[in-house]
Design a protein around this ligand. Structure first.
Ligand SMILES: [Mg+2]
Length: 418
């Protein structure tokens, strides 16, 4: 006999995912591009370039173009396409506003990447309507305020919501009823590649076990899955195939650290480009920290090289920081410390942890005080007008520290001596 879960305890989880994000932002910024195949990525150089596609509009996808495809292939498939370079700072600014918009619907928002997030709206339903109603409200707000389209999956778990949001893109809304039988029936016909975390290797193993659909996996004895994938992964797959996923939506303010990272579409050898990306990530993280009323004492920078070697370096300050001006000099030093090999870079990331209170202004040198005042003004303007140009402006205003300025002993805040 199976125990039925208490229906009152069922959660309502949304996965909200912006459609063809980078390409959609470009179309929004240049309305003449509407309806045309837009391809954001490396310069195709007449089909001879080595880079890849970062994003493709749905019009471009009709030609078979998709992200991560070599840009030269996209050029062959769609010579009439509009090829544009990525504008990460613009996308990150739009991303920050998108996350703020989502927070109007629940406190429990967990960003998954720049253009997608999980929301637990269980506690909002009494006020805002059921999951499907809230999803439709979010889609309407994203359309009217950001002029972008979003797809939403509504389900009793994160994993099912994520699958659901992807099924009817663009502008899709897929609702999975919380009854366990309904969840299993929803999952059963889907190919195993839809299972979150199942990569090509795991897919091959599952095919060897004669499993092609999630329903096939659900029928496999747990012991077979454990034999093939090990105890933890075997159990995990078994649970997912049965629609069981208890993972909670974890909002950033409950996290012990807050970070931003970027994986380059193509490994980058140019250290200036890595530095520019770090600056943008610091800017976005600092804005996020202030929005969440957080400040951190420990700054960690992470680098992953082309051969998947990951190095991270951290520094702990005596006071908590939350502005680009106070984080960036340390982030730049840490970047140099991480960069021990001269390998091309695959990923760069920045995180703040050791949350605390920003030091009172009394002990703050003037420059830091001004930095925070400027940051607050920018935050307010962004919230009111949502102008991406503000981000670009503030990025341009930042002068990189000169190489010969020596140790920044006088620069606040000081390093901890322990
Ligand atoms: Mg997306």
């Amino acid at each position: 006999m199976t125990t039925l879960p208490d229906p009152a305890s069922a959660r309502t989880i949304l996965h909200v995912d912006l459609d063809a994000f980078y390409a959609a932002v470009e179309v929004r910024e240049q309305p003449s591009l509407r309806g045309r195949p837009v391809i954001v990525g490396a310069d195709p150089k007449g089909g001879k370039a080595r880079g890849v596609v970062s994003a493709a509009s749905y019009e471009a996808r009709r030609f078979g173009v998709h992200s991560a495809m070599p840009i030269s292939r996209a050029w062959q498939l769609c010579p009439q396409g509009v090829f544009l370079p990525p504008r990460m700072e613009l996308y990150l600014a739009v991303s920050a506003r998108f996350m703020t918009l989502l927070e109007r619907f629940t406190d429990l928002v967990e960003p998954l990447s720049v253009d997608e997030a999980f929301l637990d709206v269980t506690g909002s339903e009494r006020l805002l309507g059921d999951g499907a109603t809230i999803a439709a409200k979010i889609q309407a707000a994203v359309a009217s305020e950001e002029r972008l389209s979003a797809s939403v999956g509504v389900a009793p778990s994160k994993f099912v919501a994520k699958i659901a949001s992807d099924l009817r893109k663009p502008a899709g809304l897929v609702v999975v009823s919380p009854a366990p039988d309904a969840v299993r029936a929803f999952l059963a016909p889907l190919p195993i590649e839809r299972l979150w975390g199942v990569g090509p290797k795991a897919a091959t193993r599952l095919h060897q076990l004669e499993a092609r659909t999630i329903g096939d996996v659900a029928l496999l004895p747990l012991a077979h899955l454990i034999a093939a994938f090990g105890e933890a992964s075997g159990r995990h797959l078994h649970d997912l195939a049965h629609g069981r996923d208890e993972r909670a939506v974890e909002p950033e303010r409950e996290a012990k650290s807050l970070g931003r990272e970027h994986t380059f579409e193509v490994d980058v050898a140019d250290r200036d480009e890595v530095g520019r990306m770090l600056l943008m990530l610091v800017e976005q993280l600092a804005s996020r920290m202030r929005h969440q009323r957080l400040a951190g004492r420990t700054i960690t920078v992470k680098l992953r090289t082309a051969d998947f070697e990951t190095v991270s370096r951290a520094v702990t300050l005596t006071t908590a920081v939350d502005t680009t001006e106070s984080i960036l000099p340390f982030a730049r030093e840490l970047l140099v410390k991480c960069d021990t090999t001269r390998q091309p870079i695959r990923l760069v990331g920045i995180a703040l942890s050791h949350f605390g209170v920003v030091q009172p202004a009394l002990f703050e040198p003037k420059v830091a005080r001004q930095g925070r005042a400027v940051a607050r003004t920018v935050d307010r303007l962004r919230e009111r007008f949502g102008d991406a140009a503000i981000t670009r402006g503030s990025l341009l205003d930042l002068t990189p520290p000169s190489e010969d300025s020596g140790p920044r002993r006088k620069a606040p805040p000081r390093r901890s001596t322990h």
